[in-house]
Design a protein around this ligand. Sequence first.
Ligand SMILES: Cc1cc2nc3c(=O)[nH]c(=O)nc-3n(C[C@H](O)[C@H](O)[C@H](O)COP(=O)(O)OP(=O)(O)OC[C@H]3O[C@@H](n4cnc5c(N)ncnc54)[C@H](O)[C@@H]3O)c2cc1C
Ligand code: HEM
Length: 507
Amino acid sequence: MSINIKNSHIYRSIINFLNAITIAQETMPSETNNTCPVSGASSTPTNGAAPTCPFANANLSQPNTSQNATPSDPNLAVPEPYRSTPLTESQKALIKASIPALESHGLAITKLFYTNMLIAHPELRNIFNASNQAHFQQPRALANAVLAYAQHIDDPSPLMPTVELIVSKHVSLGVQADYYAVVGEWLIKAIAEVLGEAVTPELGEAWMAAYWKLAQIFIGLEASIYEKQKSEGWEGWQDFRVVKKVKESEEITSFYLEPVESRLKPLVGFKPGQFISIQVDVPEMGHRQARQYSLSDSSNPDYLRVSIKKETGNGASAPGVVSSLMHETKKEGDIIRVSRPVGVFFLDEAKIALDAPLVLISGGVGLTPLTAMLNHSAAQNTTRPISWVHGARSTAARAFKQHVEDVAKLHENVQVILFTANVAKEEVEGVENHIQGHINLDLVDKETKLFLSNKKAEYYVCGPMMFMLTMEKALQGQGVDSSRIHMEKFGTGGIAPVEQESPKSVL
Ligand SMILES: Cc1cc2nc3c(=O)[nH]c(=O)nc-3n(C[C@H](O)[C@H](O)[C@H](O)COP(=O)(O)OP(=O)(O)OC[C@H]3O[C@@H](n4cnc5c(N)ncnc54)[C@H](O)[C@@H]3O)c2cc1C
Ligand code: HEM
């Protein structure tokens, strides 16, 4: 729909919104400091180390918000009246009435939003995943989140697990409270542009109020995590040195990372299953790119280990940006930026009975967070039964085979079941692999290995999306309650079927 936006009430709504943002910025402390606007880290450490601000070397314009220090009370990032006024019943009704429009135009809105915001704020390209933009995964994730929020506007509490997942991603990338005004500005502009005259002043105002209510939840949760991280001595991006690079399979290589600054040692602990973000310069793009990697070894005072699969791409898709760069150019001694371990997918020992069996099911490189869980359990000498079920495309592609078998030799509570999709002629069944083909839980003993009738058993699943959905369905079909199935997606947008992914791609 083509409209003259300056003559419309939408334009007035946007002006109101921008005024609200200006007020929000004016209520923030006005002194400038050397804090990075996105990571919150100090741009110029006093000890002469490399600057930790992701924009420090990026040669990009600073955001409008760079004038503002992150307020000591993060709530101040939310402008009045939205900060202290709840949504009215009529605003909620308007939001609900706009659900059909969001269903039809949500993706168009979020695509436009990202395009325009990243043009206006090129510094944000350092944290947004360019590949997720190119294949629309991130616009799709945001559109789904906005739609789900509209659908739960009366009571957003069922969305809390999703909110916590997004918060982990935001914190891992150093998203700061100031940026909610930027996102709000461009999101509301995109809604106005795509929906045109359908956005009445009342609807525009309802969406602004609703946006800030959601933003307030994110800002509060993120601030409390940053506060805790700060008190523990590691917040924001930090320089880590690659001290060891080990090839684990034909496609997966481990990187052992130690902090450059000695004050970060001993490293703060993390929970097995959590991930870090890694940020590297991508010269061809002229900015940095960040990606998440699960920690593949248990928490220890000296190093973090990630194990990265090289995404080679295929005829239709380009090689992966960061995994290729890590494999091809990062050598022992090189320095990369790393953020604090976070994440909601972890072995929650506080909630699991000591004798509860653990079933760790993974496909391909999805074994990494589960390796941390296995190593952690082995280091603790836990006696609970543990089943390691892994599927690989081929034996050559499988990482950590020897390691997992060594753990099982030392710990009689650990059993190993290996599926191999493409078996080489010379491989001996029972040695290189146990079961030929893609993972099929019907072929694994239900009682002695999957513990299906033990209502305490917990199932941790990680791998490609179709793989996880297949495993989830199989477990649920055998009576396992969803609350005992935990899944981690190596991508953006939560656990849901992805149209492009074919069932073939389960490994
Ligand atoms: C919580 C979490 C934990 C993770 N843990 C691990 C881990 O332990 N090990 C690991 O290896 N990975 C892990 N990942 C995945 C990792 O973050 C990266 O997504 C992965 O390494 C690929 O990044 P990349 O930059 O190499 O590829 P990207 O450049 O991000 O590309 C990803 C895919 O998209 C395709 N693509 C790129 N551009 C386009 C385009 N224009 N159109 C269509 N397709 C395109 C590429 O071919 C590639 O296959 C994890 C992800 C998350 C969210
Ligand atoms: C209320 C406002 C916001 C909502 C609803 C929202 C929603 C989301 C969602 C759904 C994801 C995908 C999470 C996942 O599945 O991994 C995400 C990721 C992300 N968000 Fe937000 N977000 C908001 C605000 C912000 C702000 C203010 C910033 C800072 C500029 C930001 C930066 C990011 C980044 C960098 C990612 C990762 C993108 C990627 O890896 O492709 N978000 N957000």
